[in-house]
Design a protein around this ligand. Structure first.
Ligand code: PAZ
Length: 332
């Protein structure tokens, strides 16, 4: 299909902003599916088949998406997210009895593993060669912690309570999100979506991207990026209409946070928006719903933060409580 035809069928100008907007439905016709899509479909189907009929399941998305600047990608624009929120929340939801589908950006933090990613020398800093028998061992100061995390990780994986699926680009993420949503839809209210990934708002469609590495010889580079279609809309209205959906809103301007969270609730009609500020996200979040006038604040003290308490513990308990009420309401 030529670019001219695509412009007329897949794009329109937003009446609000005058920007080019691509229709969510046509997005998938013009972008390449990730190589793990079929594997993800099969693995998630099998994972869900193994769950008891009353099992709560949560999809957690985590980490930032990239948007490539070239089809043969050398350069890309990245979205900020270490994956702390998502990976830590996965551990908490597992502890609360959920089965977790963890869709994460490759090389971002992962549940249980996340505790060992901060050391500069990585894996090697936890190991030593024994002077007595020459064997490689975990250093004694790490033994208990690594043993505890390893056992939990292996038990959840072997017990079919944790499934991990990775993405890198925006396009990978969106294809996987649609796939998981359609597979979770039959669970109805029992399924929760916890969309903590930082997803690009702007991208270059592959049909208008440079094929090969952009050359620097031509001087300055001007980029024109399209707005990413708002996928929360088809997710809530078409793909998984009965599920419990929690989206996240990250801002750096405090005046925008509340209004943007409320706007999202009004626009998409889902259950919860978790609003957070870049600088304070590790110790303060606001939970917005359509029913409540004021947001529910979840906060931990600086002392708790320094002592290693994760705000995701309180956050997941609060969401599980609200999810339970949603399940009860919808099974009457
Ligand atoms: O991954 P992380 O712990 O560094 O950050 C978490 C977060 C700020 C990306 C997440 O809480 C969030 O707000 N995600 C949605 C971001 C957005 O508005 O697109």
């Amino acid at each position: 299909m030529s670019e001219t035809t695509l412009t007329t069928t897949a794009q329109a100008l937003s009446p609000m902003t005058g920007r080019r907007v691509i229709d969510p439905d046509t997005y998938f016709d013009h972008n390449k599916a990730p190589s793990n899509l079929q594997w993800a479909h099969t693995s998630i189907s099998e994972f869900l088949q193994k769950q008891p009929s009353d099992q709560r399941v949560v999809l957690i998305t985590s980490g930032g998406t990239t948007v490539p600047l070239e089809n043969n990608t050398v350069r890309f624009v990245d979205n900020f997210s270490a994956g702390t929120r998502g990976s830590c929340s996965a551990e908490q939801f597992l502890a609360l009895g959920y089965a977790v589908i963890f869709v994460y950006r490759e090389k971002s933090l992962q549940p249980f593993n996340r505790h060992y990613s901060e050391s500069k020398s990585g894996l090697l800093s936890y190991l030593e060669v024994s002077s007595s028998d020459g064997q490689v061992r975990v250093k004694s100061e790490w033994q208990d912690r690594i043993k505890r995390d390893l056992i939990m990780f292996q038990n959840y994986m072997a017990g079919n309570k944790l499934l991990m699926v990775n993405f890198t680009t925006l396009s990978d993420y969106l294809f996987l999100l649609r796939e998981v949503s359609l597979l979770l839809a039959p669970l109805g209210p029992r399924a929760m979506f916890y969309l903590a990934a930082a997803v690009s708002d702007f991208f270059i469609p592959s049909y208008s991207m440079a094929e090969h590495k952009i050359q620097s010889g031509d001087g300055d580079l001007t980029l024109r990026m399209n707005q990413v279609p708002k996928f929360l809309s088809p997710l809530v209205k078409k793909w998984a209409p009965e599920c419990f959906v929690v989206s996240f809103k990250l801002e750096t301007d405090p005046d925008l946070l509340g209004p943007k969270a409320r706007h999202a609730l009004g626009k998409y009609g889902h259950q919860v928006v978790i609003a957070n500020m870049l600088d304070t996200r590790k110790w303060q979040v606001w939970l917005f719903t359509r029913e409540e006038q004021a947001p529910h604040v979840i906060q931990i003290s600086q002392e708790q933060l320094a002592a290693g308490v994760d705000i995701e513990q309180d956050l997941s308990i609060e969401l599980a409580r609200r999810h339970q009420a949603y399940v009860t309401r919808h099974s009457k």
